[in-house]
Design a protein around this ligand. Structure first.
Ligand code: SF4
Length: 348
């Protein structure tokens, strides 16, 4: 029966080796299959040509490969690519390739929908349906790496966990996926080229520090004033800025890795002098830099990008206080691939 079959990519190399031994075969067959699954991203057992037909049939009887399918690929006028990715249970997530002159960055999803409810975010409206498995995260990266080689003639250079979902709410699977992405048995990428972007779950930021992760940390801050932050990111009522600050200081003490604050300035929400002053204050607690991100309105128009004057006030004030700040232009707006816009619209 189809439902009895196990997902072969949930098995470690050792478990695969043991499986072959239990079938009266050699343990090294497990290594061969493992390579097909991870280094060569095999979609089916049929392509495993160094295995006999009988072995491939036996695998087919016992296992499935729950590989993702890129259902639809959209290309923006600025070169950005958005993939609608269908999972084995027919749910869909999105991932994005963002090319610049020197880099190709993959923005990947970690959950179907999201557990949190940021008011400015299109994904929040989908509600969380489930966490992605490590292999489903890994497959998104492989798909974008292939597209990068095909369309830009170079491999993927960076990964950000900034797609659909809150990566720290799927902590174990995200870490397992990163382990595979950075392993020589997977893609062999440097962890320094990977950024996990969180809305700020203090307990799990501390856990990452304790786990001595080597990737970078970004926090979607958007306001350093509790009242304002809670109004746009309601979970801030539980995970307050004081808790977040304490966790970030802990992170820096343990990892010595500078934190990036992602920050959008919205008209009438956080575009006043008191907002930038609070941000400056917040930046003093641990070495950090600020990315001011251009906002991409979603349908209802409750949030509008602040004026250039307000952005200038932020840039000038931060720089005057010795804080590195970059203003990031939005990419892929015409295909709803920009930050906060991912909402499976490509399905319709
Ligand atoms: S901004 Fe991130 S954490 Fe907040 S609802 Fe959207 S996907 Fe979730």
């Amino acid at each position: 029966m189809e439902s009895k079959k196990r997902d072969i990519r949930a098995l470690t190399r050792e478990q695969l080796r043991d499986f072959f031994v239990s079938q009266g075969d050699k343990a090294f067959r497990g290594n061969q299959v493992y390579e097909w699954l991870w280094q060569k991203s095999a979609y089916s057992f049929d392509v495993m040509t160094n295995l006999s037909k009988a072995t491939r049939d036996m695998l087919e009887e016992n296992f499935v490969i729950n590989h993702i399918q890129v259902d639809q690929m959209q290309r923006s006028a600025d070169g950005t690519i958005k993939n609608a990715v269908r999972l084995h249970d027919d749910l869909v997530v999105e991932s994005v390739l963002i090319p610049t002159k020197t880099r190709t960055t993959a923005c990947v999803s970690s959950q179907v929908g999201c557990s949190l409810d940021c008011k400015f975010c299109a994904t929040a409206r989908l509600k969380r349906m489930r966490n992605l498995n490590p292999d489903e995260i890994y497959d998104q990266v492989v798909a974008i790496d292939n597209e990068s080689r095909l369309y830009f003639d170079r491999p993927l250079s960076n990964i950000v966990f900034m797609g659909m979902g809150e990566p720290l709410m799927n902590y174990n699977n995200v870490l397992k996926a990163i382990e595979k992405i950075t392993s020589p048995e997977g893609l062999g990428m440097s962890p320094k080229r990977i950024t996990v972007s969180t809305s700020g779950v203090p307990k799990l930021i501390k856990k990452m520090a304790d786990d001595a992760v080597k990737f970078k940390l970004a926090v979607s801050l958007h306001s350093a004033i509790d009242e304002t932050r809670t109004s746009i990111m309601p979970f801030n009522a539980t995970f307050t800025l004081a808790d977040l600050r304490e966790a970030l200081v802990y992170w820096y003490q343990k990892t010595k890795s500078r934190i990036t604050y992602e920050y959008v300035v919205w008209e009438g929400i956080n575009d006043q002098r008191k907002d930038v002053d609070a941000l400056v204050e917040f930046c003093r607690f641990a070495p950090s830099k600020v990315n001011l991100i251009e906002y991409n309105p979603i349908d209802d128009g409750d949030f509008q990008q602040a004026s250039n004057i307000a952005i200038e006030m932020y840039v000038e004030t931060l720089e005057k206080n010795g804080i590195t700040v970059t203003v990031r232009r939005s990419r892929g707006k015409d295909i709803d691939a920009a930050c906060g816009q991912l909402a499976n619209k490509s399905e319709s």
